[in-house]
Design a protein around this ligand. Structure first.
Ligand SMILES: Nc1nc2c(c(=O)[nH]1)N[C@H]1C(S)=C(S)[C@@H](COP(=O)(O)OP(=O)(O)OC[C@H]3O[C@@H](n4cnc5c(=O)[nH]c(N)nc54)[C@H](O)[C@@H]3O)O[C@H]1N2
Ligand SMILES: Nc1nc2c(c(=O)[nH]1)N[C@H]1C(S)=C(S)[C@@H](COP(=O)(O)OP(=O)(O)OC[C@H]3O[C@@H](n4cnc5c(=O)[nH]c(N)nc54)[C@H](O)[C@@H]3O)O[C@H]1N2
Ligand code: SF4
Ligand SMILES: [Mo]
Length: 699
């Protein structure tokens, strides 16, 4: 007799979202997944998840899901494929990878991945293949570079006050993040603080987001001007006696120098840069100065600019001026990356990593595939790629170049995917992948402090295979150096990682579901000293010379880093508007998509409507653009076609286009990243997705 399937089980959300929610998975009696909920017994998730993941069966049982390996039969990108067996596909991949290696060297093969799943076994095993073969490495630059570099410039460590303390805060400043859309649990805790303690919620963004609609105070500033706002706030704090001088003396590097430097950074000065009224800046500073328990929740959004690291450092400095770091419910939190000490040797084969092998910048994929010598770092052309967990033809900047690159007949591309994405459409071989409920993995929260298990909950359909299967099978066929990680199942990997990181065993984690790794209060609030060698918070940033999580290990430093201001200041390295490009475009996330994920589901597409550009009515009228009209938006990188919408609550001179829509949702198949630039941002790289000058024209 077959066993009765369980009614429910637990999991963890695999998506690239700081919330990394603890999930309950509910089944129908026949065993299919019925719905997903947030786990109530997880203190951060607290029973709440976003709507798009709650309706996961729509993605899991989607009729367009890839179920068979495919081989291209038509021209590149034409979309014509035939089914082949797994064995035939893997043999062909090995043959092509070996041929590229023989003719151009191992660096001509570029395994390319990102964070479609955040599960460490399925996401990072691609490094095991890379390092055991000496294939090109990847420099990650889509997401975290400016934010982490800027935060660590001040604190010396990527960690901060327990995010659950938002619930005991008196004031929460949500800066450059839109949690209603991007990390719903921030709202759970912020709203709890408001209900229980009357806490005030302040939101700083470049337009009125759904989060701002729920706030008590909304500050709408011009993109890339956050450092100016932060400086003026600190000016007022010093001026009006809200600076905690004892704290500054004990815990910071150069308070007197900062105070002198800020003398000219008046609200009037900042008003002219940010587009805010002087009174608004004064009001914000008074609120921050008068509430001890102020929790700054600093997001990624405001750092996706060419001055993003400077902006993040400036915003985090405010908390060091008021000394709110020492309060329960106070301080400045961005991400908890540094609290996890994980031994990933079996997953990544880091011991076999050859630092002499080039690390290609993932954002420069368009330039790399079109043989830009600088982007190729002096090495051979890229001749073969294995792509897992990412959709560069949609999500990466300089899309026109990327399409040209992937169209090369001499490039052999393998894409392992759930759906026939824009990238998969350009592939020579498409492999079907399991979804997170169909494989085992281990997750860590960026926006909280749990290490979490996501066990396999259902059998995959016949066809899709997990990422490590593909990695291990290719490794076997391309004569990689031996490594024990190739002979381990996902469960073996999880067990080994836990044991060798002193976090117990897989059996322990199966029983406990997650491990709370929150450091003690003194450590999290830096009461024993900040992460720098001198134990101080650094107002003076050591740009380009400091260590930071994203610092390239080949020593590369990018952009005009020598001109970065050491003390918090406005830095005009952004793509400023000019006569030809009167607007600055920000490509904020859409609530119902997660990067390019979920943009294949009907319910998400329906909720989001169509690709649009939002701008102020009076500015639109000046360019003869009517509400709802079809418009072209462009710059030197390319042109996209979408529809205009009048929105009065956007910063002056700014236009917003929410969401990474499928490229084919745009009239001529060009997606929003046609317009964004890939130039690496100072000092440690990153793509400035929210920093783009454009023109707009009615059509
Ligand atoms: N629904 C949904 N959730 C997501 C994602 C998604 O695409 N959709 N993406 C996931 C990923 S990969 C990540 S990294 C996180 C990122 O999540 P967040 O940290 O929230 O960062 P962003 O999504 O880039 O942008 C957040 C907000 O910053 C604003 N912003 C842009 N430029 C500026 C500026 O110069 N100053 C200020 N003050 N604000 C600015 C944008 O308008 C936006 O509302 O979210 C994850 N969650
Ligand atoms: N214009 C603009 N562009 C942006 C951003 C923006 O704000 N604006 N945000 C940027 C940011 S922050 C990020 S992080 C990047 C994210 O870009 P990506 O990492 O590409 O993000 P996703 O679209 O979430 O995931 C990519 C693919 O991974 C696949 N996938 C998921 N799980 C698995 C799995 O287990 N196995 C395999 N083989 N595949 C899987 C999904 O089906 C999906 O197609 O986008 C960046 N691009
Ligand atoms: S809020 Fe983020 S982590 Fe939570 S379920 Fe939604 S996508 Fe996943
Ligand atoms: Mo991201």
């Amino acid at each position: 007799m077959t066993q009765q399937p369980p009614k429910s089980t637990f999991s963890a959300c695999p998506h690239d979202c700081p919330s990394t929610c603890a999930l309950e998975v509910h089944f129908y009696p026949h065993g299919d997944v019925r719905r997903l909920n947030g786990a109530k017994d997880n203190a951060y998730t607290a029973g709440v998840i976003c709507a798009k993941v709650a309706r996961y069966p729509e993605r899991l049982y989607h009729p367009d899901r890839l179920l068979k390996p495919l081989r291209r039969t038509g021209k590149k990108g034409e979309g014509r494929f035939e089914e082949i067996s797994w064995d035939a596909a893997l043999d062909l991949i090995a043959e092509k990878f070996l041929a590229a290696e023989a003719e151009f060297g191992a660096e001509s093969v570029w395994p390319y991945h990102y964070a479609g799943t955040m599960g460490m076994v399925q996401r990072d095993s691609i490094h095991r293949l890379r390092h055991t073969k000496g294939y090109s490495r990847q420099f990650d630059s889509f997401c975290t570079n400016m934010a982490w570099t800027g935060y660590v410039a001040g604190t010396g460590k990527l960690a901060g006050p327990d995010p659950r303390e938002m619930a005991v805060s008196d004031q929460i400043v949500i800066w450059g993040t839109n949690p209603v859309a991007t990390q719903v649990n921030v709202m759970t805790h912020a709203i709890a603080a408001r209900k229980k303690r009357g806490a005030r919620i302040i939101v700083v963004d470049v337009y009125e987001t759904e989060t701002m609609k729920q706030a008590d105070i909304g500050i709408i500033l011009k993109p890339g001007t956050d450092a100016a706002l932060a400086c003026a706030v600190m000016h007022v704090l010093f001026r009006d006696g809200h600076a905690d001088r004892d704290y500054l003396e004990t815990y910071t590097d150069c308070p007197a120098e900062l105070e002198a430097h800020l003398k000219t950074k008046t609200p009037e000065w900042a008003a002219s840069i940010t587009g805010l009224d002087v009174s608004r800046i004064e009001e914000l500073a008074q609120l921050i100065g008068s509430v001890k328990k102020t929790y700054f929740r600093l997001g990624y959004g405001f750092t996706r600019s060419r001055n993003g690291a400077v902006g993040m450092h400036a915003a985090s400095s405010i908390a060091a001026v008021t000394g709110c770091w020492k309060e329960e419910g106070g301080g400045a939190f961005h991400n908890n990356g540094a609290i996890y000490q994980l031994n990933k040797e079996m997953i990544e084969a880091g011991s076999l990593k050859d630092p002499a092998v080039r690390a290609l910048d993932q954002s420069l994929v368009g330039r790399i595939l079109t043989d830009d010598e600088a982007a190729l770092l002096g090495g051979p052309p890229v001749k073969a790629m294995l792509i897992q967990n990412t959709n560069p033809v949609s999500v990466a900047p300089e899309q026109d170049l990327i399409k040209q690159g992937f169209a090369r007949e001499d490039l052999f591309t393998v894409v392992h995917e759930h759906f026939l994405t824009e990238t998969a459409q350009m592939a020579d071989i498409v492999l079907p992948a399991t979804q997170f409920l169909e494989h085992d993995d281990l997750y860590k929260g960026g926006g909280h402090q749990y290490l979490m298990l996501g066990p396999k909950a259902v059998e995959p359909p016949e066809g899709p295979r997990e990422n490590i299967f593909v990695i291990n099978e290719i490794a076997r066929r391309v004569d990689s150096k031996p490594h024990p990680g190739f002979d381990m199942s996902a469960r073996d990997h999880i067990d080994w990682l836990l044991r060798n990181s002193n976090y117990g065993t897989l059996a322990d984690l199966e029983a406990g579901k997650w491990i709370d790794l929150q450091p003690d209060f003194e450590t999290a609030h830096y009461l024993n000293g900040f992460g720098h060698a001198d134990g101080k918070f650094h107002f003076k940033a050591d740009w380009g010379r400091s260590s930071a999580p994203n610092k390239p290990d080949d020593g590369a430093i990018f952009g005009p880093w020598q001109t970065m201001p050491e003390l918090p200041d406005q830095w005009d390295s952004i793509e400023l508007a000019d006569e030809q490009h009167p607007f600055r475009l920000v490509t904020s996330p859409a609530r119902s998509f997660l990067n390019s994920t979920f943009n294949e589901t009907d319910s998400s597409k329906k909720k989001e409507g169509r690709p649009e550009v939002w701008l102020r009515p009076e500015e639109a009228e000046r360019f003869g653009i009517e509400d709802g009209a079809k418009v072209k938006m462009g710059n030197r990188r390319g042109v996209v076609t979408l529809h205009a919408r009048y929105v009065a609550t956007v910063a002056p001179g700014t236009v917003i286009s929410e969401g990474i829509w499928p490229n084919d949702a745009f009239e001529d198949g060009r997606g929003i990243n046609t317009l964004t630039g890939a130039d690496p941002v100072a000092p440690y790289g990153g793509a400035a997705f929210h920093d783009t000058a454009v023109w707009l024209r009615a059509v």
